[in-house]
Design a binder for this molecule. Structure first.
Ligand code: CTP
Length: 400
């Protein structure tokens, strides 16, 4: 899977450094050529000799050490790499990279590389949720760094919570998926819905919602970049159409339903990121409604639930929904996952700062039909689109 790929594994100083031994071993077994860079603190946990034996290459721990078999200059290694994987990534190395500090070999090499950089944070939970660390990770994700979220569980320091380095198998699988993203949806037909619908009251007014379309547009764009034939049915949005995506613009939920049903039969995957109005005015006035002295009452009637209808009709399609909630996130999202017969639902609490409507970032939990729940950290909607598609392609592979 990784034959011919050149991977630099950066190891910073945390207890999870011991798991990097298996990561390097798995990368080698998958066919990658691996060079290891360790921070000085990392060498306190595992010896460089261990990594030299497993990687089959000299290990760099020091900016100033004598070069051995090959040119160890940081620029040479930065150019050599197809991908950097820093696992474990401590709060310290994350902070340094995010702040542009290059004071030892690993941070200097990362700064000099144009290769993709993946970070697998691992640390005490309180450190991980410290706003300094979350801000640093967010800043890095916004400029294209790939963050592999940590697991939650009992940590070496005796605390329970997020911060545990995922299993080496998960990390290597994630790396493989990200490196092969370029074509992993080739030949697949993907239908995405985006933005909010507008339900007219009269020729000048409508009932709408605050959805900007950013999440759906990011997903459509990311799917097209991975080789899929993408049709996006979009409610009104100011965003430019993503290159390579066929965009069908609609206004109302009824129009969205029709456009979605027209495409559904061809689709392998449907991602419903649109915020569909659940109700529409019973009467749409032909003329502008004039104000009067008294109150007015709007009578609304129910719109069809498009996603629930797709859930009933689904044959081969993978169905992914979104759930925007303001309370009881997991209860509501689980209920929607089951009721709408979905394979996966992406749930977000839209009351959190940095999540939901019109934000450039999102904070979500991913719920699967088999009961798994994954919590993803705050990240840009573009990064999230990539992470969600990684998970969806894994579902599609397993369902074949
Ligand atoms: N959805 C849909 N058609 C609707 C309403 C929602 O296709 N009429 C889809 C959305 O695109 C989203 C998912 O269903 O993928 C959940 O939408 P959401 O508004 O969170 O849920 P609802 O089912 O409308 O429930 P509620 O508004 O009561 O939370």
């Amino acid at each position: 899977m990784l034959t011919g790929k050149k991977v630099v594994v950066g190891i910073s100083g945390g207890i999870a450094a011991y798991k990097a031994v298996e990561i390097v071993s798995r990368l080698k077994k998958a066919g990658a050529e691996v060079r290891v860079v360790m921070t000085r603190a990392a060498t306190q946990f595992v010896t460089p000799l261990t990594f030299r034996e497993i990687s089959g290459n000299p290990v760099v721990c020091d900016m100033w050490q004598e070069p051995k078999e090959w040119n160890v200059e940081h620029i040479a290694l930065a150019n050599w790499a197809d991908v950097f994987l820093i696992a474990p990534a401590t709060a310290n190395i994350i902070g340094k990279i995010a702040s542009g500090i290059a004071d030892e070999f690993l941070s200097t090499t990362v700064m000099a590389t144009k290769a993709m950089v993946m970070l697998a944070p691992a640390m005490n939970s309180n450190m991980y949720i410290n706003p300094i660390v979350t801000d640093n990770l967010l800043r890095l994700s916004k400029i294209g760094y790939q963050i592999i979220p940590p697991d939650s569980g009992m940590l070496a320091c005796g605390v329970e919570g997020p911060g545990r380095l995922p299993e080496p198998e998960t990390i290597v699988n994630t790396l493989v998926r990200i490196l092969t993203r370029g074509s992993d949806l080739a030949g697949k037909k993907v239908l995405v819905t985006a933005a909010g619908t507008r339900e007219p009251l009269d020729p000048v007014r409508y009932i709408g919602n605050r959805s900007s379309g950013k999440m759906g547009y990011a997903l459509a764009s990311a799917a097209a970049n991975r080789g899929a034939d993408v049709v996006m049915v979009s409610g009104p949005s100011n965003l430019p159409p993503p290159p390579g995506v066929v965009v069908k613009k609609v206004e109302t939920a009824a129009e969205m339903r029709q456009a979605v049903l027209d495409e559904f039969g061809n689709a392998d995957l449907v991602i419903k990121a649109a915020a569909v109005a659940d109700y529409r005015p019973s009467i749409v006035s032909k003329q502008k409604i004039k104000k009067t002295d008294g109150k007015i009452t709007l009578v609304l009637e129910k719109n069809p639930d498009i996603l629930a209808e797709l859930g009933e009709r689904k044959v081969k399609q993978i169905l992914v929904g979104f759930a925007a909630e303001t309370e009881d996130l997991l209860t509501h999202a689980t209920e929607k996952l089951n009721r709408k017969n979905l394979d996966m639902i992406v749930a977000n609490d839209v009351t959190l700062p940095g999540a939901g409507f019109d934000s450039d970032t999102n904070i979500v939990r991913v719920l699967y039909q088999d009961g798994r729940i994954e919590e993803l950290p705050q990240m840009s909607k573009d990064s999230l689109a990539g992470q969600l598609l990684d998970r969806i392609t894994a579902l599609m592979t397993n369902s074949n």
